[in-house]
Write a protein that binds this ligand. Structure first.
Ligand code: ATP
Length: 273
């Protein structure tokens, strides 16, 4: 809504158990949980705790989920905003919003700040389509850089950002002391999809004919978000059919519907590109 500047969650319930697959990414990001929980362990040895990590990967692969799980595991508040919220904003609002976010985060530290779609604000400066049209975005990016430099590494704030376009990011964002670590989050393979299906099938009442291996092998190219979508869609279809349990047929129809939706989306997008 217009009134909220960003989201703040004080008690995050998501943990690494909710994030299926992504074993390497989880392993890497566990370090951040340690920084938040035991900063002294690092400071004692003279180590500077990193300020930020960049999660790189296609939409719907669990980047937001993983960042949230870090907050859940460390038991710290989770502040989040999306870079796309800053697009077409009135002059000065974006920069003010960033300052306000960091101010509140400092009060609540230790905490996580999550910036989704950072490429929307973090595109290389001076690479806009029309000269002059991106001033406000650049203001916002500049204020983000100023805020990142302005807090000490031991202030207990860690910024996790997500993008599927690391190539367009302003190099200033990737400098040491800013988002100097990248963690890649890929679309799941068949084993990963099976793990994700397991998470999202758990709340459903399933017929004995439902075969997870089959579902996983029939969904190549699906990201976690689409798998979650298939599971819920199958349950909705089963309810509409007045079933007591969700059957394999319901999943089949749900997959067709999700694939149809994906194709439509691609058709709408591709002529523009
Ligand atoms: P975007 O870049 O579009 O914001 P994202 O990578 O941040 O996408 P999420 O918002 O984390 O993706 O994923 C959307 C939903 O898909 C999650 O809330 C979850 O229900 C499901 N999901 C995605 N990936 C996974 C996963 N690895 N394990 C379990 N659920 C997943």
């Amino acid at each position: 809504s217009r009134a909220t500047l960003f989201d703040a969650e004080n008690k995050v319930k998501i943990t690494f158990n909710d994030v299926a697959g992504l074993e390497e990414a989880k392993e890497e990001i566990k370090e951040i949980v340690e920084y938040l929980q035991f900063p002294d362990k690092f400071k004692k040895l003279g180590a500077k705790i990193p300020k930020g990590a960049l999660l790189v990967g296609p939409p719907g692969t669990g980047k937001t989920l993983l960042a949230k799980a870090v907050a859940g595991e460390a038991g710290v508040p989770f502040f989040s905003l999306s870079g796309s919220d800053f697009v077409e904003m009135f002059v000065g609002v974006g920069a003010a919003r960033v300052r306000d976010l960091f101010k509140q985060a400092k009060e609540k530290a230790p905490c996580i700040i999550f910036i989704d779609e950072i490429d929307a604000v973090g595109r290389s400066r001076g690479r806009g389509a029309m000269p002059g049209s991106n001033d406000e975005r650049e203001n916002t990016l500049n204020s983000l850089l100023v805020e990142m430099d302005g807090f000490a590494t031991d202030s207990g704030i860690i910024i996790v950002a997500a993008t599927n376009r690391p190539d367009v990011l302003d190099p200033a964002l990737l400098r040491p002391g800013r988002f100097d670590r990248q963690i890649s989050i890929d679309k799941p393979d068949v084993i990963g999809r099976e793990a994700i299906f397991k998470v999202h099938l758990k709340p459903l009442k399933l017929s004995s004919d439902v075969n997870i291996q089959k579902l996983s092998s029939q969904t190549p190219g699906f990201a976690g978000a689409e798998i979650a979508n298939v599971c819920n869609e199958a349950a909705l279809i089963a309810a509409r059919r007045d079933r007591e349990e969700v059957t394999m047929q319901d999943f089949q129809d749900a997959m067709d519907r999700v694939i149809g939706g994906l194709e439509k989306k691609n058709k709408l997008i591709s002529p523009e590109e």
